[in-house]
Design a protein around this ligand. Structure first.
Ligand code: ZN
Length: 107
């Protein structure tokens, strides 16, 4: 199994899983019940994750995810400083004001 997507927002993770399953890709969610009390330490490790069960489908899954992220006008970026999710029209993190952004997936 391979992890293809993770996000702080569980709804986004579930949405991505549904997208993959619509394309016939078997996937599961890990860390489903983790998180909640995310502090400064290792926030990423508590995010829910989408894992693809079939290695042959990994490349297709990555493409679907990338397309979904590219197509979304409200593309979300993740603050490198505090891990908050921000809409693309925010130039600075709404929570901490940091300009640092990291894309969860780079094509
Ligand atoms: Zn921030």
């Amino acid at each position: 199994m391979k992890k293809v997507f993770t996000h702080e927002n569980r709804l986004i993770v579930y949405n991505m899983k549904n997208l993959l399953e619509e394309q016939g890709i078997q996937c599961v969610i890990k860390n489903e019940f983790a998180g909640g009390g995310v502090g400064d330490l290792a926030a990423f490790e508590t995010w829910p994750e989408v894992w693809v069960a079939e290695p042959k489908q990994l490349r297709l899954a990555e493409r679907i995810i990338q397309d979904a992220l590219d197509a979304d006008p409200g593309k979300i970026w993740t603050c490198e400083n505090c891990g908050e999710s921000n809409e693309s029209n925010f130039q600075l993190c709404w929570r901490c004001g940091s300009p640092g952004r990291s894309s969860p997936i780079e094509g």
